[in-house]
Ligand binder design. Sequence first.
Ligand SMILES: [Zn+2]
Length: 393
Amino acid sequence: MTTAPTHVIDNIGVLVTNDPSLGEGPLGIVKNASLVLDNTSDAVIAVGPAGAVADDRTDANGACVLPGFVDSHTHLVFAGDRAEEFTARMTGQPYDGGGIRVTTDATRSATTDELHRLVRLRLAEAHRAGTTTIEIKSGYGLNIEDEARSLQVAEAYTTETTFLGAHLLPNEFAGRSGDYIDLVCKEMLEASAPHAKWVDAFCEVGAFDEDECRAVLDAGREAGLGLRLHGNQLGEGPGVQLAVECGCASVDHCTHLTDADIEALAGSDTVATLLPAADFSTKQPYIDARRLIDAGATVAIASNCNPGSSYTTSMSFCIAIAVREMNMTIDEAIQAVTIGGAEALRRDDIGRLAPGMAAHAIVLDAPSYHHLAYRPGVPLIAKTFGPLGGFES
Ligand SMILES: [Zn+2]
């Protein structure tokens, strides 16, 4: 099968470009539009009125088209699931199944072929749901070999790979947190860095403290990696301030923020990445995103897909929660899952549909993007243009 060099998505009722110079408002809305894509370079060629001609054509029939979702926070490389733990949590039953350590055991035991198979299934699911760029972390290997192996699996599918050796203290290091962080910063980083673009750490009571996370970020920077951090998920803490101080591209979770945290984020170029599906699945309170947005901070929304606290790849589900529970307007939520995610990954080639940008677009089975929040749980993604697809079999 040969692929036509150019493709037009025609008869678009509402096109979200995210480029205010191309259309109305911050979303750069163009009505009755066409979008011409170059299949060879995978780039947008033109945004214009309906009726543009190209070698191949998709008729949007008046539906809405928007940039592909940028999911800037996932933990896709894992084996097993933790449905029993989730079920117990939902009914308030005590359950000590071992948490992240259950996933670590299952991931270490899985063959590499099995990890590839599982990641491909999750990517196909994400692609069907409109995701065209995805970040994937390690963090269930927690030893030199299995952290490097997880990243080798991830890098087969995305350039946005993140070394998260400092996810949780593995059982074999109980009571020896300092020794583990030493291993993470030296041999584990050395084995993982060739397969990673980013380094990340979990700054939280019960995971790692401020000094331990700073050591990991410093070592990662030294190894040439970009910086990200998990922080302020379960309570207020030093995560956000540390991320800003270290110049992290993003600090993720941000469920519990002080006014000083918000001020620090607003005065920095560190993106606040919110993970509404994690707060949903752990019965955490939702952050009031209005505080961040009104202060001038940049906000992204990501799925945090992982088997313990957020087993979803659906960015539409995250949009619906953000609008219903986090005081975001639908327009803001759409920006957060597209250009917000791009900024969290320091990417300027994705998240917008303008000439020269990546040809990553979603055709909705709906006349407007409002339906993504208005019709929660309904699969409204009719077609996804862009990478991460083709792994269904
Ligand atoms: Zn996470």
